[in-house]
Design a protein around this ligand. Structure first.
Ligand SMILES: NC(=O)c1ccc[n+]([C@@H]2O[C@H](COP(=O)([O-])OP(=O)(O)OC[C@H]3O[C@@H](n4cnc5c(N)ncnc54)[C@H](OP(=O)(O)O)[C@@H]3O)[C@@H](O)[C@H]2O)c1
Length: 242
């Protein structure tokens, strides 16, 4: 099960957190994985070593030429995990225009450009897997994460439409929507006991997720075992969306 030998993969935002664990899980199943961060750093190098990555690539996904730049570094890949995102917490009317643009560019527009750039190689091969990482905030209305949630909900719409177009070519396109997961993004906030208890109280399973808790969903969607699943979503949130 979940044999990915002979497959190549790119996991965006695999310098830490969920992306790093998914990249390691893909490597452990035999894939050759490119680790990615917005820029070269010791953190990215250490993550690449942990992953056992076949290569390290960098691009700032808020930049319009990021998809072309990444493709020039990786060439075609069989598995594309679009995991990197930017999240600002503000009251709904408190975002600067730069913050609006940055979130839309990284979380939504880059997903479109990355799919568009990487799909032709998959079409030619007659096999491909694209997995976006969404969020429970596609469903919940966190008062300070509305814009972030909107980018993730729009990304899901993109997943469904592109899945329909790419299904005849043996390519599946799906989304994983994590709930509250302990990653560098929120470890400082979750270190506050009052906040932590409030978050846990909102999760029916009764605990904050580990980044590795996304691996099962990712492996299913990236392997032959998941070939008949497309335009779908796995919400991996301990029931937080309910
Ligand atoms: N953690 C959660 O509770 C949670 C919940 C729901 C959904 N999610 C989603 O799950 C995914 C991973 O979350 P995470 O918590 O693991 O994230 P994280 O710890 O904040 O890591 C973000 C990753 O994205 C990369 N990144 C950030 N801005 C970038 C940019 N402009 N260009 C290129 N790469 C960029 C970072 O690379 P560098 O550091 O090298 O820039 C890093 O590898 C995200 O899509 C997030 O929205 C997370």
């Amino acid at each position: 099960m979940f044999d990915l030998k002979g497959k190549t993969a790119l996991v965006t935002g695999s310098s830490q957190g969920i992306g790093k664990e998914i990249a390691k899980a893909l490597t452990d199943c035999g894939a050759k994985v490119f680790a990615h961060g917005s820029r070269r750093s010791e953190k990215l190098d250490a993550a690449a070593e942990y992953i056992g990555a076949a290569g390290i690539v960098t691009a700032d996904l808020t930049s319009a030429d990021a998809a072309d730049s990444l493709y020039a570094q990786t060439g075609g890949v069989d598995i594309l995990i679009l995991n990197a995102s930017i999240q600002y917490k503000r009251p709904w009317d408190g975002f600067s225009s730069a913050e609006v643009d940055t979130q839309l560019d990284c979380n939504l527009k880059s997903t479109y450009y990355m799919m568009k750039t990487y799909a032709p190689y998959m079409k030619e091969k007659g096999w491909g897997r694209i997995v976006t990482i969404g969020s429970v905030n596609q469903y919940n209305n966190h008062p300070e994460l509305l814009l972030y949630g909107a980018t993730k909900a729009a990304q899901m719409k993109l997943v469904q439409g592109v899945a329909k177009s790419l299904a005849p070519f043996g390519i599946t396109v799906n989304n994983i929507a994590p709930g509250a997961i302990l990653t560098p993004r929120n470890d400082e906030a979750l270190a506050d006991k009052e906040f932590y208890d409030k978050v846990v109280a909102s999760i029916p399973a009764g605990y904050v997720g580990d980044p590795k808790d996304m691996n099962g969903a990712a492996l299913l969607l990236c392997s032959d075992e998941g070939k008949y699943i497309t335009g779908s979503e796995i919400i991996a949130d301990g029931g937080m969306h309910l």
